[in-house]
Design a protein around this ligand. Sequence first.
Ligand code: SF4
Length: 126
Amino acid sequence: MSQQEPIREMICISCPLGCHLSLYKDENDELTVTGNKCKRGVVYAEEEYYAPKRVVTCTCPAESEVFPRLPVRTTTSLPKEHIDALLRAAYALTVKPPVACGEVLIENFEGTGVDLIASMSLGAEQ
Ligand code: SF4
């Protein structure tokens, strides 16, 4: 294993320690992870390798003179292959105040179970 080159290296972001993970594949296509100080590092590496996800934050146009763009985010991590489409959908929205922080703006995006929500409240007078 030590002479084999890792197929991928990454930093585990599951806790502040930030372990440097190395990923290897054996002849049976089995993934092995080294460098992790706990099991969460293996879970993180496997998910990041096979099915990476990200929490998405961006802004949507809003009908407000004070805040012409409303900060928004996904409720949880979204599979990476859906991120471009979500950003396009978010930029195409026009949010009409009042909007409450946490209000769902796009529900169950592309059947992923992930919602896009407002990250701040925007009153009708703003
Ligand atoms: S492997 Fe464990 S100890 Fe290391 S960064 Fe990930 S969660 Fe933290």
